[in-house]
Design a binder for this molecule. Sequence first.
Ligand code: FES
Length: 105
Amino acid sequence: MAFVKACALSELEDDTPKRVELDGVPVSVVRTEGEVYAINDICSHANVSLSEGEVEDCMIECWLHGSSFDLRTGKPSGLPATRPVPVYPVKIEGDDVLVSVTQES
Ligand code: FES
């Protein structure tokens, strides 16, 4: 599983998603509650960027219709989204946030 640098840890603000593109995959990188998570940036309900939504209680909310996705599992907490969003393994090395989009966790 290949990890690539997504961004610097120091540029992530708590609960403020950062959108990056890794190997052509749009990814939202989120630092919250002392951890860093990587979730596919596209809502499973429609083509909306999750990084434009709010983060709370380890969930990221899609601003369009309000489904929230668990940053640890990608599962939606409620309608209208019914399918999970892929989440990806994250490694921290020094100030580098590394993400592997080649295999979903
Ligand atoms: S587009 Fe995300 S919940 Fe509808």
